[in-house]
Design a protein around this ligand. Structure first.
Ligand code: ADP
Ligand code: MG
Length: 155
């Protein structure tokens, strides 16, 4: 991730009013990603994690269709970088994630994006960028995204 800010910002809050806006924010975020980056997404079912991932993949010129790998656990896409898209929703233990080779993916050239990342948080490196999605209780199309950048990536 690169920044053109004068001051170090470790958390960024974004509000979106529609799916399209979340995709656009994902695209904006994705354009700053580099090989080796790890993006952890959290939030309930339907919070917008996959929509945001679609935006990231659009920015990286991925032509594959981007869907939650709920049953397969990982989808692999080709773009400017390789994208490894994980979904930890159905896994029962962190061990199960290790057994699909998660730690090897972290060493690969490419970008790792993990939905339901809170379920495997002990396996994630310090450089992980966290994106948390919050539903609005009144307006069902509104979301708040909180993006937390690790200190090591800020200069
Ligand atoms: P997740 O991967 O977190 O389960 P998805 O991205 O698959 O969530 O789905 C989000 C759902 O919420 C979609 O049906 C989408 O149309 C809807 N939606 C409504 N408003 C928004 C918003 N502001 N951002 C993202 N998705 C939204
Ligand atoms: Mg999803």
């Amino acid at each position: 991730m690169t920044f053109d800010l004068d001051i170090a910002v470790s958390e960024k809050k974004i509000n979106t009013q529609s799916t399209e806006e979340t995709i656009k924010e994902g695209k904006n975020f994705g354009s700053g990603l580099r090989s080796g980056d790890v993006v952890a997404l959290t939030g309930d079912l339907g919070a917008g994690k996959t929509a945001f991932t679609q935006g990231i993949c659009e920015a990286l010129n991925v032509k594959n269709s981007v869907i939650s790998p709920t049953f397969t656990i990982v989808n692999e896409y080709d773009g400017v970088y390789k994208v490894f898209h994980f979904d930890a929703y159905r896994i029962e233990s962190q061990k199960e994630f290790i057994s699909i080779g998660f730690e090897d993916y972290l060493l690969e050239e490419g970008i790792c994006i993990i939905e339901w990342a809170d379920k495997i948080k002990d396996l994630l490196p310090e450089r992980t960028i966290w994106v948390k999605f919050y539903h609005d209780e009144i307006n069902e199309d509104q979301r708040e995204l909180r993006i937390k950048f690790p200190e090591v990536n800020i200069n």
